[in-house]
Design a protein around this ligand. Structure first.
Ligand code: HPA
Length: 270
């Protein structure tokens, strides 16, 4: 894997991706942050050597390098999911590339269902901790110890100082920001009523199909991490309606402006 990482990194450096400080992963339906980036270079996923091959729906997936909040950033527009058939190592490969390029801080966003009944769709949640329900680990492979500590500490996977800053920024900008625990499932099917009840019982506040693998690998690489969920639907098992994925994606787009403010102001303050 070390050789593959070097190859991909060298390709991006040759395209002008020069020592970004902050990496950003944009979740499904959450692409508008890119409008705020002063773009310097771009690379389509299907042109980057060793990148997981983008699926049809993600043929637009690309890595963007530029300036945001006065800092050099690299942004993943579109991420890879286990439910598309990728391995956890594939899903997290871009995080290893970002780190190799020079990234020290990783900001992650996702669209998620609200499990906590006090959280409403359209609101956002700062992830304070997570529960991995994807059945395996992106660190479960031979040779992982050549890339970092195999038994990666996860006592505080989301950086406490950055989270404190994000909460201050939310207050200063009158943004309602919940804080809670994100559970990641494989999907792509949505949850049953019984599964939503279970998620609530085990302490989840939101559920989605991403983020946790990338955060585990970011911790493996000692990156500072923060992540925000845009809540797109309310998972109330006693009033569950059939889900409409188009509605979920549309809700993500409507609610993302607050997330953009948080990320932009945070980057300025780093
Ligand atoms: N479950 C899983 N993933 C999701 C959901 C959900 O209810 N909403 C948005 N992503």
């Amino acid at each position: 894997m070390i050789k593959l990482i070097e190859e991909s990194t060298e390709y991006l450096q040759s395209k002008g991706f020069e020592s970004p400080e902050v990496g950003i992963i944009l979740g499904t339906g959450l692409g508008q942050l890119l409008n705020e980036v002063e773009v310097i270079a771009e690379a389509s996923y299907n042109h980057i050597p060793n990148f997981p091959t983008a699926t049809v729906e993600f043929h637009k997936g690309k890595l963007v390098y530029g300036i945001l909040g006065g800092k050099k950033v690299v942004v993943m527009q579109g991420r890879f999911h286990v439910y598309e058939g990728y391995s956890l190592q594939d899903v997290t490969f871009p995080v290893r590339i970002m780190e190799k390029l020079g990234v020290k801080t990783l900001l992650v966003s996702n669209a998620a269902g609200a499990i906590n009944h006090d959280f409403k769709k359209g609101e956002i949640m700062l992830i304070d901790d997570h529960i991995n329900l994807q059945g395996s680990s992106p660190l479960a492979f031979k040779g992982v110890d050549k890339l970092g500590e195999r038994f990666t500490d996860m006592s505080a996977p989301y950086n406490l100082d950055i989270n404190a800053k994000i909460k201050d920024i939310a207050k200063a900008n009158n943004i309602k920001l919940h804080e809670g625990i994100y559970a990641s499932v494989v999907g792509p099917q949505l949850e049953t009523r019984a599964e939503y009840r279970m998620l609530r019982t085990i302490g989840a506040d939101a559920v989605g199909m991403s983020t946790v693998p990338e955060v585990i690998v970011a911790n493996h690489l000692n990156l500072k991490v923060a992540a925000v969920s845009v809540l797109t639907d309310e998972c109330d098992p006693d009033n569950l309606k059939p889900v409409d994925i188009a509605e979920i994606i549309a809700m993500a787009g409507k609610a993302e402006s607050n997330m953009i403010t948080l990320f932009k102001e945070l980057i300025k303050s780093l």
